[in-house]
Design a protein around this ligand. Sequence first.
Ligand SMILES: [Zn+2]
Ligand SMILES: [Zn+2]
Ligand SMILES: [Zn+2]
Ligand SMILES: [Zn+2]
Length: 300
Amino acid sequence: MILLIDKTKQRLGYLEGVLSSIVNVVLFAFKLWAGLLTGSVAMIADAWHTILDTLSSFVVLLGFYISGKPYDKEHPFGHGRAEVIASIVIGILLTIVGFNFIKDSFLQLHEKKVIAYTPLSIMVFGVSAFVKEGLAWFSIRVGKKVDSKSLVADGWHHRSDAIASAIVVVGALLGGLFWWIDSVLGFIVSAFILLAAYDVTREGANILLGERIDTELKKQIQKIIEEEAPDVTGSHHFHVHRYGDHLEITLHLEMPGDYTLNNAHEIATRIENALRINLNVEPTIHFEPQSDNPDIHAYP
Ligand SMILES: [Zn+2]
Ligand SMILES: [Zn+2]
Ligand SMILES: [Zn+2]
Ligand SMILES: [Zn+2]
């Protein structure tokens, strides 16, 4: 869900999104079939988790598409945050599903219902664990190669899905020994769903609440300032607002106090242009005379 700046990253983001969507739809069908056949709450819950993951992948793709729409009269910052709104909706949906299956697991435990797993249903989840681990390996590897946080994060999500399915397999194999095993598995799978809900909601909420600037990005900005204007004596008060397709950035520049307004504006504009071209950000710069007097800044 983090912005993908260059085209290769974007294309790989699409590829991974499409690939996970297809895999998840197929796995959902098999898992739901196995779950309904055996009546296992754990299997049905894991099936729904899988299809909700597809919905998340779909939102990522939709986000890329909507973010590409240019700004208009009502939305001067563009449409990048459509993705954030959608991810919060998905987070809420996942939370409802997670709690719903906790309730179902309780009911099943209360009724002392025994689940008879069939070998075929167990196999579905075994295969699912392997496929998801393969997807995790692919996403993490490619993500690290092109340095995309969202791909790596997606990869870790796939890995947690693989672990959830593997736990269902182990539990189902022990199913004959303990009558309560399916309810316990139901709780575990629900916990995984709630964890995914927390992750996706937190990511979206952070963007809306506003975050501290990324250290790496700050370094890049300061390097560009240094290259463009060696006479700038300092920069501080970095603010970043993420809009999906681009970043809005404001910052303060310190320069010698005897510079004319023309001079200072020329420097600020040069830096703004360089940041725009190199980092795909929309900067606004405030300049102030270099001074040791802390009162000169409105805020630190
Ligand atoms: Zn609009
Ligand atoms: Zn998942
Ligand atoms: Zn200007
Ligand atoms: Zn300042």
